[in-house]
Design a protein around this ligand. Structure first.
Ligand code: GLY
Length: 383
């Protein structure tokens, strides 16, 4: 069986599952499932409508993203209508303003940008441009980086940038291409160049958080963040970097981004072993065997994109083959297509030192489905 045939078989199961999960979640913005397998709701005004969480939660675009992937594939109106409800719910985040952060890229690329790209909806274009301006406004010119978060309790984060932001850059590249204003592209590429210099280590691994002096822009230090330790390689961060630099190259054509993506990709390949299950951190101890299936999906997506653009036929094959094996083992051992749970992908971990491990996360489902579409030969590009 070819990759394409295999992925198409798997996508039939995905379509069957999302059909009933979408029916159950029309007016919710899901993040994770509870012990009964039911999704929570980040748009729940009674319980969870806070500045640092609720409607501003960084993963709030991914359920819309899943619906757009399905709409793009099937053309079924119900997915478009449900995705539009997500966008309208997210309008509240603009209204609140406080609490919005650099992750407006994660929130509005798979929702508003996707809608505009697929249907030409002018309201979505407006939302997406609004989000792009908020992101551009976080650029620190002295340091050439985009500020990540707003201040955390007891912690001044004015000089903090994080690796995850490589994915938010797609919003700026889209805006620059859409309104032909180079400012957005300049900011995105400046940030990516700073990350290539300040985050990427000699061996091709990347750190999670770097602090700069917000006034002079000088690099101060890095932090371990969601990984195992300071200096270790948090796998989801490797995925954000690998796929993020690949997208930055695709949008800008700047060779340094392709070289950086290959360096990170080669590092990941040197760490990934049979049976292709991805830990939370490539440098974590053998026990406990914490996994992050979400990191697995993001790394696989990045490798598939990279495989499509590198010239070396050997690398092309190795990147694609590794991605296929990662997704295949997830499909065989970590995917739940039953009615017991609304999410598909099991064994995700938000961070190494967090209280919970091996949970479901809506963005793992998103990147899993996206990777299956890539394997099936779809040319649709979200980022
Ligand atoms: N962007 C935050 C995370 O990957 O957990």
């Amino acid at each position: 069986m070819t990759y394409t045939e295999w992925a198409n078989e798997e996508l039939k199961k995905v379509r069957e599952k999302i059909e009933w999960v979408a029916e159950n979640n029309k007016h919710k913005i899901p993040y994770t499932t509870d012990e009964k397998g039911v999704y929570d709701n980040k748009a729940d005004k009674e319980k969870d409508f806070r500045i640092d969480d609720g409607i501003n939660w960084w993963t709030n675009g991914f359920w819309a993203g899943i619906l757009w992937l399905l709409y793009n594939d099937t053309g079924e109106e119900k997915y478009r209508k449900d995705a539009l409800i997500q966008e309208e719910l997210l309008d509240k985040a603009f209204e609140m303003y406080y609490g919005l952060h650099h992750d407006v890229g994660f929130m509005f690329v798979p929702s508003a940008v996707a809608d505009y790209r697929i249907t030409g909806n002018r309201e979505s274009r407006k939302r997406a441009l609004h989000a792009a301006n908020l992101l551009a406004g976080r650029f620190n010119e002295a340091g050439g980086f985009i500020r990540a978060w707003n201040d955390l309790e007891g912690c001044d984060t004015r000089g903090w940038a994080i690796i995850d932001c490589m994915f938010n850059l797609s919003l700026l590249y889209w805006a620059g291409e859409e309104i032909k204003d180079p400012r957005y592209v300049q900011i995105a590429s400046s940030h990516a160049k700073t990350v290539a210099e300040a985050f990427v280590r000699k061996d091709g691994s990347v750190c999670h958080i770097v602090e700069f002096d917000p006034a002079s822009g000088k690099r101060i230090k890095s932090y371990g963040g969601q990984g195992y330790d300071h200096g270790s390689a948090w796998t989801r961060g490797q995925g954000w970097a690998l796929y993020g630099f690949t997208s930055a190259y695709i949008h800008s054509g700047e060779k340094v981004f392709l070289d950086t993506a290959e360096k990170i990709g080669d590092y990941c390949l040197s760490k990934i072993r049979d049976p292709y299950i991805i830990p939370v951190d490539f440098d974590q101890p053998e026990k406990p065997e914490y996994e992050d299936s979400c990191a697995a999906c993001i790394i696989a997506g990045g490798l598939l994109e990279l495989s499509g653009i590198v010239n070396d036929p050997d690398k092309k094959k190795r990147y694609a083959e590794t991605a296929y094996r990662i997704i295949k083992v997830l499909a065989e051992t970590r995917a739940d297509y039953s009615r017991d749970c609304e999410a598909i992908v099991k064994n995700c971990s938000a961070s190494y030192h967090g209280n919970t491990h091996h949970i479901t996360m809506v963005y793992a489902d998103y990147y899993y489905i996206e990777a299956l579409y890539k394997l099936s030969g779809s040319k649709f590009r979200m980022w």
